[in-house]
Design a protein around this ligand. Sequence first.
Ligand code: ADP
Ligand code: MG
Length: 571
Amino acid sequence: MALTQPQTRTQIDGNTLVAKTLLHAGVTHMFGVVGIPVTSLATRSVALGIRFIAFHNEQSAGYAASAYGFLTGKPGILLTVSGPGCVHGLAGLSNAAINAWPTLLISGSSDQHYSGKGDFQELDQLATVKPFSKFSAKPVSISQVPGHVFDVLRHAVSGRPGGVYLDLPTDVLHQTVTEDEADELIKAAASAGVSEKPSGFSGDLSAAVAALRSAKRPLIVVGKGAAYARAEGELKKFVEMTGIPFLPTPMGKGMLPDNHDLAATAARSLAIGQCDVALVVGARLNWLLHFGEPPKWAHDVKFILVDICKEEVELRKPYVGLIGDAKEVLGLINKEIKDDPFCLGRNHPWVESISSKVKDNVAKMEVQLSKVVVPFNFMTPMRIIRDAILGVGSPYPVLVSEGANTMDVGRAVLPQMEPRTRLDAGTWGTMGVGLGYCIAAAVACPERLVVAVEGDSGFGFSAMEVETLVRYQLPVVVIVFNNGGVYGGDRRSPEEITGPHKDDPAPTSFVHEAKYHVLIEAFGGKGYLVKTPDELKSALDESFSARKPAVINVILDPYAGSESGRLQHKN
Ligand code: ADP
Ligand code: MG
């Protein structure tokens, strides 16, 4: 006799249904700050097996979610309360949109019944997120929840990845359905699928390959879109097959190791100034690449642009546009070349000019790095940190970096040996990303140590999250380059120090030699104060092997470096 399953009559509410749907859609991590009306959403998610990392501030949690999206290729999830929580979450959502990283902001919202009457934390959140969300959804009743959850997740990763938004009204979170109804709804929603691998290619492949083949000074520029696409295997093949030098953007660094003999990083100006054909893969020709225009680029350089985003390619009007996923397109290019291979060879005049410039510049840099300057400038501690990172070996640490001089010098000195091991201020030059990025990297890449090299100003934006590091016992070492302010000491000229508030500290100044290391000790983490090479070496040694939360407070000469770092002309 066949037994029929009894129907479950257990009721679940909207909070549980959201959690169940997220789990079903493959979500494993969430970042956020709980409160009305989403606390149960977080606790139920945890009960179902999703890891929820609870932050102090939605801004940091949002940066974490965006970086998680970049590192894993899955949407990073940021959960916030309504009204102000949603507004704070915009920091992460906008950062995701600008960097093209898949990120889902989920905010609770006020009760639909009181809409327009001034309910608790009421805000038109759909309108608020609009500039930074490429797709938004708001279920008006519980039966719409699973469909909308799948919709937003799908949109986050399809086409150019970016920010999406899900609005969850309080009343919907409190409505109920039976478990059976819930399962049916989830099943129906799931049938539409979640993760769409970006597919479809368009463009003139043979024109692209012909241009590369006939180029006298070809260059490949590798951006974080290529890193996101996990195109490192195809890139390696391309570079090995053709012998074409490559130039990574800051977060494209590591796609091939920085010490590769075709890396043009240390000859950047020469490479972009003189190349005649540039294959740009997953990088926008924006300010970071001098808009692809003279005087940094030659006026007649031919760009071959590979991008998932059709509008991006149309905007830049390249010589050839190849629209598609970077991994797929590089694979197609390799195939096309393989039929009739060409290779520049290390003696090719272009390759030689780049490698000799690289050797020159590296040697010059080494001279600077080998000086022992105390009180510290930027170079001396950076060299010690570089050696410590190289000493870790593979899997190399994820490096998080923000600041002005700290980030500029760090980008030149600190090695990136493996793909997706660098997170920095990015397309927007966002300060305050540090601790959020560290936490995201620690949970997304559990096999790696996380090392942050931060200016004291950058660190201050999210410093309270050191408690989060300690609470979750994440293997993160935060190194603060403490020069007592934004850009360091007071650099005003005497004429600028005038008026009734002339005795106030300069707008760029912080407390001299602030004890940032004590901050983490308040929560049970490890703090180090260092002023000399030996102290720094021993702090790095100890903290890198402990793999426990630590802050190393490195005191610098407040007048080392320049105002605004590399972007001085803009300030
Ligand atoms: P970078 O800061 O490294 O220069 P950008 O953020 O400027 O990088 O550019 C990244 C580009 O990569 C964006 O234009 C984005 O549309 C594109 N992109 C994102 N995902 C993919 C992908 N899978 N394949 C190709 N391009 C991608
Ligand atoms: Mg500073």
